[in-house]
Design a protein around this ligand. Structure first.
Ligand code: NAD
Length: 487
């Protein structure tokens, strides 16, 4: 049986200035098991005084952190990666407890967090600018400098990986960090903070859980120099508006309404498998997943038959049950949001030809379940086909030719990822060029590979993460230096 996250351990505390503290917040965060709805325990919620203390600690720590030799910073990040590796199983259980996802998916997430710390550890001492000797006595230099204190605000869908994505990147580029996890999933980030606390100098990494209020206070704090946000575009708008008043630079990783396009020459079995994975992985709570599947009219019927049968056979269940392929929604709020989206879809004329069965055991009646669902007969401009659901819902649309597919794919406000399934090289290259998205996968599911820049077009965001050049530069400011050495 997996270790209960509140038993046989001291109370969960936030990390501020190298110390674990209970926090000054008047409220706490109930941590819920999404499979049953049972409250497992309480995590601390940061109040204004904690936000102030965390930002002050990060500012103080920045003065020396930014000048620590890159090799030394790299060694610390490698050590954090190593500790995540050593505590892999424990972190996997923790994520399944608080997020509900199947353990095998939590394991991928924890491994990704470890790899991300390793990746940016390796990048730390290989990131430098340029110097040009123009003439004897004349030199030009371009240098990359950290911003200072980075506020990192993350969602609940991949908590260890989000902690690493911006946390490790900010530290690698010489910034210090105040990280606010989502109120639904504070424990994964707090556990990584516990593992990292005595590796890093005090104040370099601060982790302060909390909800919207804590996020608002953090973003508004005058001691913040850069905001790295992952979440919905609606929240992104608010954060950008707050940042605008101080001309603060930001990185925005926002929502998507991603389309995958299946041409008649595609390997249909492979495409069906890929779409099941893309739409239902992480219970559909994946910014990179395909909520829209565009299928050429010649293979629409064949695709739909195979897809609906695959979806109806998906095993939905407790993340700790090894048979489960799809877990519950993370929260009651997310469950209701997805339920409302489906009700609206059918009210607007859509059909639901297939759903997977839900667990029937009594202990799961209070869980946040939504069945994996196939939606058809919705117009391309129906709400279900244009607004992000962030749940296990795949909308299937027919198309007649390449132009129509491009038109439908691009006719949404988002542009995060896209998929193309074809054996024709020309079609693959043309589609990859014509689709407005930051990431395009051909004949495979996009998996957010480390080393490739990840980020969105349009309302899906600004800036890139997961790679070396774009991400490291995004978290750095550029200085041009002109020098003259002549007497
Ligand atoms: P959300 O925007 O509601 O919340 C995200 C985080 O922002 C949470 O920590 C929340 O407490 C905080 N927050 C909320 N309001 C705030 C405010 N006014 N000021 C400061 N902080 C605030 O998003 P969510 O529902 O938790 O997450 C789902 C969304 O995240 C989806 O839209 C999904 O597409 C997106 N997402 C994007 C990526 C990506 O890399 N592009 C990855 C994962 C999730």
């Amino acid at each position: 049986m997996a270790q209960h996250p509140f038993m046989d351990r001291p109370a969960w505390k936030m990390l501020i200035g190298g110390a674990f503290v209970s926090g000054s917040g008047s409220t706490s965060l109930p941590v819920t098991n999404p499979a049953t709805g049972e409250v497992l325990g309480e995590a601390p919620a940061a109040g204004q005084a904690d936000v102030d203390a965390a930002v002050t600690a990060a500012r103080d720590a920045y003065r020396s952190w930014r000048w620590i030799q890159p090799e030394k910073r790299a060694a610390m990040l490698f050590e954090i990666a190593e500790r995540i590796r050593r505590h892999h199983d424990e972190l996997v259980d923790l994520e399944t407890w608080e997020n509900g996802k199947p353990r095998v998916q939590s394991a991928r997430d924890v491994t990704n967090a470890e790899r991300t710390f390793r990746f940016y550890a390796g990048a730390t001492d290989k990131f430098y600018g340029q110097a040009v000797l123009d003439a004897p006595g004349e030199m030009r230099k371009i240098v990359y400098e950290p911003y200072g204190v980075v506020a990192v605000i993350i969602p609940w869908n991949w908590p260890p990986m989000h902690t690493a994505d911006f946390g490790a990147l900010a530290l690698a580029t010489g910034n210090t960090v105040v990280l606010k996890p989502a109120p639904e999933t504070p424990l994964s980030s707090l556990r990584i903070a516990e593992l990292a606390a005595d590796v890093l100098p005090p104040g370099v990494l601060n982790v302060i859980p909390g909800g919207v209020d804590t996020g608002v206070q953090l973003v508004a704090h005058p001691g913040i120099d850069f905001i790295a946000f992952t979440g919905s575009d609606r929240t992104g708008e608010k954060i950008l508006a707050a940042a605008a008043t101080r001309i603060l630079p930001t990185m925005m990783e926002l929502g998507g309404k991603n389309a995958s396009i299946i041409f008649p020459d595609a390997d249909l079995d492979k495409a069906v498998q890929g779409m099941v994975r893309s739409a239902f992985f992480n219970s559909g709570q994946a910014c990179s997943g395909s909520e829209r599947v565009l299928v050429h009219q010649d293979v629409y019927k064949a695709f739909l038959e195979r897809f609906t049968s695959a979806v109806a056979g998906l095993v939905v269940g407790d993340g700790f049950d090894e048979r489960s392929i799809v877990g519950p929604m993370v929260s009651r709020r997310q469950q209701e949001k997805v339920r409302e989206a489906l009700e609206r879809a059918t009210a607007e004329g859509a059909c639901i030809p297939a759903q997977a069965p839900l667990p029937t055991e009594g202990r799961y009646t209070g869980g946040f379940w939504i069945p994996p669902t196939v939606v058809t007969e919705a117009a391309p401009d129906a709400t279900i086909m244009t607004e992000e659901v962030f749940g296990p819902v795949a909308g299937i649309l027919p198309f007649s030719d390449e132009d129509e597919a491009v038109r439908i794919a691009n006719a949404v406000d988002y542009g995060l990822t896209a998929g193309v399934w074809t054996r024709d090289l020309g079609t693959a290259h043309r589609m990859a060029s014509r689709i407005e998205a930051g990431v395009v996968a051909v004949n495979r599911v996009n998996t957010g590979e480390l080393g490739l820049p990840f980020g969105g077009y349009k309302r899906s965001g600004v800036g890139r993460k997961k790679d070396f050049t774009e991400a490291m530069r995004s978290f750095s400011r550029v200085k041009a230096i002109q020098m003259n050495f002549e007497d």
